[in-house]
Design a protein around this ligand. Structure first.
Ligand SMILES: [Zn+2]
Length: 200
């Protein structure tokens, strides 16, 4: 069941320090819309019943026991524009936050590491770049920039993006794929941070 996978992943991501202080949010697409982690709840202590359903209509029912994540607009935009996305994971890792500062003109060039093959990258081609969006106090403003990116038919070379000094968002065709993508990006970001620090 995708919801159970999401809960398992929330625990793992929390244990890795990538969802500290109730930060981050995970969602899975379901037949009736998508289910997302609640706002303000510890990600290491969630159960399936804590997940909030956002119906396909996009309108949240009133009187819900939990509020959905405040970053729900990012998830909505991805599901709307990426038909293959079945899960969207948004995490705050230290290294993702550090490398987001290294972006030039809104994108970050990734090193041509073997790990990129986990995304289907063949090697021997120019390294992919990752979009980096500006952070805003109101997440809907970040989601508006993401919508503009999609509308302009700008292509995501990899299933993810960064928000500057904020965190990483990925998607996948299953919860397991989204989890793998978080791990792959984390490896790349840790390599980038470490390789800069040892060359000082
Ligand atoms: Zn966030």
């Amino acid at each position: 069941m995708p919801e159970s996978q999401l809960i398992r992943h929330a625990n793992k991501l929390y244990e890795n320090g990538w969802m500290a202080g109730t930060s981050g949010n995970l969602s899975v697409r379901t037949e009736d819309g998508f289910r997302i982690t609640p706002s303000g709840k510890h990600k290491g202590e969630l159960s399936v019943s804590d997940l909030v359903l956002l119906p396909s209509s996009g309108v949240l029912p009133t009187g819900l026991p939990h509020r959905p994540s405040a970053e729900i607009s990012l998830h909505q935009s991805i599901y709307r524009n990426c038909p293959d996305a079945r899960a969207v994971y948004h995490v705050h890792t230290v290294e993702a936050t550090v490398v987001s500062e290294w972006a030039r003109s809104g994108s970050l060039e990734l090193p041509p590491l073997e790990m990129l093959k986990g995304f289907g990258w063949k090697g021997g081609e120019p390294s992919p770049v990752l979009p980096v969006f500006s952070n805003h106090p109101d997440v809907r403003d970040i989601a508006a920039n993401l919508e503009t990116f999609f509308r302009r038919k700008r292509e995501f070379l990899l299933p993810g993006f960064l928000i500057r000094l904020h965190g990483l968002t990925v998607w996948g065709e299953s919860p397991d794929a989204a989890f793998k993508h978080v791990e792959l990006f984390d490896f790349l970001f840790r390599f980038m941070v470490l390789s800069r620090s040892v060359s000082l």
